[in-house]
Write a protein that binds this ligand. Sequence first.
Ligand code: ADP
Ligand code: ZN
Length: 216
Amino acid sequence: MKKNIILMGPPGAGKGTLAKKLVAKYGFAHISTGDMFREAMKEGTELGLLAKSYIDHGDLVPDEVTIGIVRERLSKNDLDKGFLLDGFPRTIPQAEALEIIAKEVSRPIDSVINLDCDEKELIRRISGRRVCKSCGAPYHVDTMRPKVEGVCDVCGGPLMQRADDNEEALKVRLDHYVKSTKPLLDFYRDRKLLSSFNSLVDSNVLLDEISKFLEK
Ligand code: ADP
Ligand code: ZN
């Protein structure tokens, strides 16, 4: 069983949705830098204020900040069932730092899962995306509607649109993806860790495919 995993893919490819399902199924610790930043923003901490100035424009939070929070998270002792990195690394310096950290804590990366998705579909997914303000559960106005309009199925919280899910910030995010994050595919291909999956299929079908791969 592969258990220390990196989940990669452009914004809107469905990383968050898949991550939640994998975490529920296998008990991996879910390490989402995006969620950690949003949590800090909600709490209004210093980290949150700093992150917000980048995130709202679609820019990347500086490497030293992001690497710092991941280093701290990976030093915790709740990782024996494995961990799922979601949204990290996003740059080559982050990937290089992660190699060192993973070695330090003796938890080497077993596999990098890349979600493939075409750009038109990304834009459709992100512009219709809604999230629960309380628990972060993901929805889509056409394809993943809640039972009651505007209300989270899981916790009853209100649904909202993320501030960075607007067309302008999305364009910036996609540019960063192409320039900074896509080169990581070669980085992990070279290390024989990369496997790609088409994310244009139903999310449960994708979960089955990836489960089979992880259990091999
Ligand atoms: P998405 O994959 O939909 O773009 P995330 O929730 O993963 O969203 O990230 C939201 C934002 O948080 C990013 O656009 C970026 O500003 C910031 N962020 C998250 N992870 C990182 C990272 N590894 N490095 C730099 N910035 C990050
Ligand atoms: Zn909720």
